[in-house]
Design a protein. Structure first.
Length: 284
């Protein structure tokens, strides 16, 4: 299968690596061509880490990296958009992909909260537009949330589900409601944890430890926010506040961290400090 991934940031390059690892030829596209080149170059390191941890073999890592290339404008069987959570940006990219690709291709958006129906609009190919919400890091996280837009053809939903299974993931299928299932639940927990930190209830480390040890979460809500990116978390919260009401209002501490450029692991500081995180140069 041939695939196009649009967006060479954290999620886009991870999705591209996942597809390549499972035997698909993947073209990676971004408005910043230098970013695309760096993302492909960095894939060798990321896949190498997966091999070092025993998740894949060294041969599989090398073969996957060889399947990655910059976008050359050709057709593909599936396209996945993975750009920042801005509705107008996603609409423009999905429209361009809908015009470019044959009608039999799937066009998917990796949005974590925006309406699939709003992204698809009245495009001629809106029936083949579907949500495929991957989780960070895509190579390791087992879930893909398949989101059925108002106009999405049932056969496209099934093809997206089959693709997720072929990538070794567990898909769930949800309706096109604000925040879907995962973001709606995860954001509430993350926002309340941030409020607790803001109120001095406990340290960031102890709030995270409470959920890890008390509830069996593999990662506490504040550290998870740092991993996802606090700018991404803030954008989702603001969208859900607008759609669902004040229970999703972002606390001031989150706004302050984003305003100061402390976006989490990718910048070296968020709710926690990451001495090695500052080495990350690719945006989410």
């Amino acid at each position: 299968m041939r695939a196009i991934v649009v967006g060479a940031g954290t999620m886009g390059r991870g999705i591209a690596q996942l597809l390549a690892l499972h035997g698909h030829d993947v073209q990676l596209a971004d408005a910043d061509e230098a970013l695309t080149e760096r993302a492909i170059a960095s894939a060798a390191e990321s896949l190498g880490r997966a091999a070092a941890r025993g998740r894949i073999t060294a041969e599989e890592a090398s073969a996957a990296h060889a399947r990655l290339s910059p976008d050359d404008g050709s057709a593909a069987d599936v396209a996945i958009e993975a750009v920042p959570e801005r509705l107008e940006l996603k609409q423009a990219i999905i429209a361009a992909l809908d015009e470019r690709l044959p009608r039999g291709s799937i066009v998917a958006t990796n949005t974590s909260s925006l309406s699939i129906s709003a992204i698809a609009g009245d495009l001629p190919g809106r029936g083949r537009i579907v949500g495929m919400h991957f989780f960070n890091p895509p190579l390791a996280m087992p879930l893909i949330e398949i989101v059925r837009g108002g106009a999405t053809d049932p056969g496209v939903v099934e093809r997206a589900r089959e693709l997720a299974v072929s990538l070794g993931k567990e898909p769930i299928v949800v309706q096109d409601v604000p925040g879907f299932a995962t973001s709606r639940l995860g954001i509430l927990l993350g926002l309340e944890a941030a409020r607790m930190l803001e109120e001095g209830v406990a340290s960031a480390a102890d709030i995270d430890r409470a959920m890890e040890l008390g509830y069996g979460h593999p990662m506490g809500p504040l550290r998870l926010g740092d991993l996802v990116g606090l700018d991404v978390r803030l954008a989702i919260a603001e969208h859900l506040e607008q759609e669902l009401g004040p229970r999703f209002a972002p606390p001031q501490i989150l706004r302050d961290l984003v305003s100061a450029g402390h976006l989490g692991k990718k910048t070296g500081r968020g709710f926690h400090d990451y001495p090695d995180g500052a080495r990350t140069t690719l945006p989410a």
